[in-house]
Design a protein around this ligand. Structure first.
Ligand code: THU
Length: 139
């Protein structure tokens, strides 16, 4: 594990403390390292209308797209307190797969446990723009 992962871990762990999760008390931090070395982070933000809660990963994608850095991402680290470390939910997997395939992902917790994966492994046979193109009808 190199320094880049270490910095990313610190960022993801740190941003999880900013999570707004008064309902689930499940604090998630997601951080990416850009090609420039810059780290961008986000946390989950819940709502009293529970279904409106947004996961850390999707908040992060929104930030990256708005910053214009979505294509500059090198690696992603996701912090949760779960044991084993939690993987992204299905909705976040689909959103991440819009932009990334073999993106390396580190899932970790504060108990020293970690798992390494990538988007393709998390979401095999994903629905993609290819399906959309081949299924389009003439109008
Ligand atoms: N959550 C995430 O932030 N990312 C995931 O991939 C799974 C779930 C959040 C949503 C909610 O605020 C809390 O964790 C419990 O589901």
């Amino acid at each position: 594990m190199n320094n880049s992962w270490e910095s990313l871990r610190e960022a993801a762990h740190g941003v999880a403390k900013r999570a707004y999760a008064p309902y689930s008390r499940f604090y998630v931090g997601a951080s990416v390292e850009l090609k420039s070395g810059e780290i961008v982070s986000a946390c989950n933000v819940e709502n009293v209308s529970y279904g409106l809660s947004v996961c850390a990963e999707r908040n992060l994608v929104g930030r990256l797209r708005a910053d214009g850095t979505i294509a500059q991402v090198q690696r992603l680290a996701i912090y949760t307190e779960a044991s084993p470390p939690s993987a992204p939910c299905g909705m976040c997997r689909q959103v991440l797969s819009e932009f990334y395939g073999d993106l390396e992902i580190l899932l970790f917790n504060d108990k020293g446990e970690e798992r390494r994966t990538n988007i393709n492994a998390l979401l095999p046979m994903s629905f993609s723009v290819e399906e959309l193109k081949t299924g389009q009808q003439e109008s």
